[in-house]
Write a protein of this length. Structure first.
Length: 135
């Protein structure tokens, strides 16, 4: 499975990365990028938000690579643009939350999409460009 990468300084900045070693010296990254807005005079009562980035790279830290199997997509781009599933409002979707309950619901929705699309995509088992069967 995936393991939470121990990066406490990145956590403070809102980045939480789960990693998994793949064959052929590749690493898969499922990265939650969180923007937390506290209710104050400058935030304008904006809801907090997060998005999910998916990266498969043969370069340390998930950095860009020239390898043809390198990928970097947001989860919403993968689902909406690549697979054409309009379950989210747009391919630039951020999940929003204002309190614990709405955070839980947003994480549940994103988690279902990570399991259904993100993990198989990063493993190379689900390819949006593969021909569809009639089964």
């Amino acid at each position: 499975g995936y393991d939470l990468k121990q990066e406490p300084m990145r956590w403070l900045g809102g980045r939480f990365r789960y990693t998994k070693t793949l064959p052929d010296n590749f690493m898969a990254y499922i990265e939650f990028q969180v923007l937390v807005y506290n209710d104050n005079a400058w935030s304008g009562k904006q809801p907090s938000r997060f998005r999910v980035n998916l990266i498969r790279s043969d370069v340390a830290g998930g950095k860009p690579s020239q390898h043809p199997d390198y990928v970097q997509r947001t989860l919403s781009q993968l689902v909406v643009e690549d697979f054409g599933v309009e379950i989210l409002p747009s391919s630039e979707h951020w999940w929003v939350f204002t309190e614990t309950d709405s955070l839980g619901k947003a994480l549940a929705e994103a988690g279902h999409l990570v399991i259904g699309y993100g993990i198989p995509f990063l493993a190379g088992d689900l390819n949006p460009n593969a021909p569809q069967s009639d089964d």
